[in-house]
Design a protein around this ligand. Sequence first.
Ligand code: ADP
Length: 976
Amino acid sequence: MPPADRAARDKPTLDPAAFLSGGGEMGALMRAHDWEATELGAPGGWPLSLKNTLRLLLGSHHPMYIWWGPELIQFYNDAYRATLDDRRHPASLGQPGRAWWEEASPLIGPEIEGIMAGGPATWHEHRLVPLLRNGVLSDAWWTYGFSPIEDEEGVRGVLVVCNDVTGAHLDRLALEEVNARLAREVAERQRAEAELAAAKARSDSALEEVSRRSEQRRRLYETFLSHTPDLAYVFDLEHRFTYANEVLLAMWGRNWDESIGKTCLELGYEPWHAEMHGREIEQVKATRAPIKGTVPFNGTFGRRMYEYIFVPVIGPDGEVEAVAGTTRDVTERLQAEEAIRRNEERFRSLIEASTQVVWHCGPDGAMEADSPTWRAYTGQSYDEWKGFGWVDAVHPDDRAASLAQWRACMREGRVYEAEQRVRAASGGWRWTAARAVPIFNQDGSVREWVGTTTDVHDRRQAELERQRFVSLAERSEDFIGMCDLELRPFFLNRAAVRLVGADSLEEALATPVDDYFFPEDRAFLVEEFLPRVAREGHSEAELRMRHFRTGAALWMIYTVYVIRDADGNPEGYATVSRDITGRKLAEERLRQASVDLAAANKRKTQFLATLAHELRNPLAPLRTGLDLMQLPGASQEASARARAMMDRQLRQMVHLIDDLMDIARIDSGKIELKRERVALNAVIASAIEGVTPAVQAAGHTLDLDLPDPADGALWLDADPTRLAQVLANLLTNACKYTPPGGRIRLSARREDGAAVIAVRDDGIGIPPESLEGVFEMFSQVSQNIGRAQGGLGIGLALVRSLVQMHGGTITAASAGEGQGSTFTLRLPLPPQLPAGQDAGAGAVRAAAGARDAGALRILVADDNRDAATMLAAVLGARGHGVTLAHDGDGALALARETAFDLLILDIGMPGMSGYELARAVRRLPHQAGALLAAHTGWGTEHDRQQAYAAGFDAHLTKPAGLDEIDALLGRLAGRN
Ligand code: ADP
């Protein structure tokens, strides 16, 4: 310390800027600075905190800096000055700070302002704060801290203690770079070492592989050589064997040790042989070229032929170091070659000797080799024939086709086949068949062609003829066939197959001829007919053939010829047969017709006899009746009986004659139906009415099963009179052919748009064989004659004609004699009428409103529906309106509504009885004029009394006869 300084420190001084003493260059500059010009004013007035800090700053060798006051007036010491360039030093001293550190202000500005605002001190190490130095923005790293300078007035400034560590920082970066490089190099070296180790491992295994392979190859050669059928061996340059394979040792019959190192001579080869090989080994050595040879050898395999080859073995120095050889046993091959050669010779001589034309040519199809047979057949010379000269011998019309085909076959290497006419040496064109086959090389190309030409002229001619025959035969509608002597067919035309109904020609051909006929005709065929054909050359018969499928007979005119061979010996039979089935059928029909005619004639004669008888029958009683009436003493009563009898007989006759006339009218087409819409029940009623006397006379019961009129009537478009006649006829027959006391049933129903009416009886029945015939004119079942009672066998014929005229059908059925008969009639129903119209027509004109003048309103009440229906039908047929009820309550309800003229009431009915009903009706005022009739099975006097007591006016016992009913109606006559 210079004395002056020491004095200044030691002695108290009054210099107000004494705190700026010392401090090197910066101290001097601060002292010299004109502070008066700044906001700080003269240093003497500066706050103590600034003064103290400046003292610290100037006294320190550590770089320090101060920003003071709101303007951030700048101070720094010498140590700091070293970091400033000439732009900032010394000009920035005492200046407001913000303008001077613009480039750093984004980094440090907020920090300074934070501290000035009372924030905590900060500290940074190695922080990059780039600064402009000499006009260039350069990276600078700092370790620094900002601390507040405080006094009682608060924070007044910022003290910066800092170190420019740029150098150290860059050194550190360099060091890090070096370290990184070093690490990379180390890693690189480690990788290289690893690769080296891997490469070594690979080369080791490759080496191993190579030695394994060469060992394998050695084994392969060893195996190969010891298993090949060829002999393999090696000679050294002194002709000694150094290697011999297993076969060779075996052929020698020696082992390895006995053989190796020996020469051929030492091994027992014949001297000439050993010497020959010696020469050859020398030649190979000298020329270095292989040598081949063939030699016989007698070894353990016997005497065999061997083919061998010696080759030089060249050493690494390029010199021949050994001679290797292989030998093959060619004994078989040589033998085969010899055999082929002999075959070829044989083939050649065969061709030369053949009568067939044989030829062969090269792959191009041009003839080269001579063909003596072709020359002989055609008369062409070799020169004319060779190449394609043969074409000249072919017929001009066949040439182009033959040649084109020949060329195509050559191109495609396929078999050539052609039929062509060739000029024969014998003169004229003859048909030939040429055929050539290609012979191929190993590679599939054609080596040559071998061909034959065959004379087929005669065969072809025969074939043409045969074809002509076949096409003729096939077109024929006649059965044409041929068979051998054993009756096996070998030719059948289409018509034959069709006629016998075979499925196929094969089936027909497989069927022996005698199976074409019926078993019963075979004896004739085989024993009589065919021998006659054989004897006479041909014969004819009418025979039935058998249809294979249906078994039906085919009538044939069977014309048969013998077929003879060239020597005239019989070979078989031929037939041309004609189907005459149609003619036979016509004959049969004719025959049947004449039989039928004869039968009809017989029936007619019989009929005439019957007719005469039937007409004559009534005459006797009539005659007697007349005589009786003419008797002077004849009583009134006797005359009346005679009249009644005569009336009956007359009626019968009239009936008979009516039938006869009807038949005659039908036959001559004169009968005409008077069709109208009628209710079936009405027709039935009128039929019943007609037959009732006969039914009653025979004591039969007639049951009815009719549709209830309440369910709607069955309406027909029919002639009511004719239809009633039909039904009456059937009912009459039922009466006639049923023993007294029988049961007859008439039923009617609707079925499939038809009215079906059946009349059944339990009478004598009809045998099955007569069922068909009963509808024939004049037919009478023979067993029934006698019961005919005036029948002529025309009733059913008439019935059938009338039914057919109505568009209906009739059938008869009977289980047989004594089993009764049923006649069933089917009549088509007309389209349904609209419901209202149907109802309006009413059940058998039953509706009371639709009454004719004189017609009565009648209520029939009976729980037996058939009885009620029957009665209603009878009343309806008389033109009255009938209403039906089937119980007492129903009847009363009807009676309440309608005023009836007549009520016929059954007594025993469910619910209300007939008596109760009568009493109830009697109480109805509007029924006051009605006639009440009881209709009951109870017929004693007591019953009658009871009925009258109940209010009935009449009593009818069931079944009421027609006359009783008429009597009842008579009581009401003239009422309406
Ligand atoms: P016929 O006048 O002889 O009765 P038909 O033509 O009416 O002639 O009948 C032909 C024959 O049919 C009768 O002779 C009789 O043998 C037989 N036949 C008809 N109806 C019946 C019947 N219901 N039962 C048995 N046989 C009958």
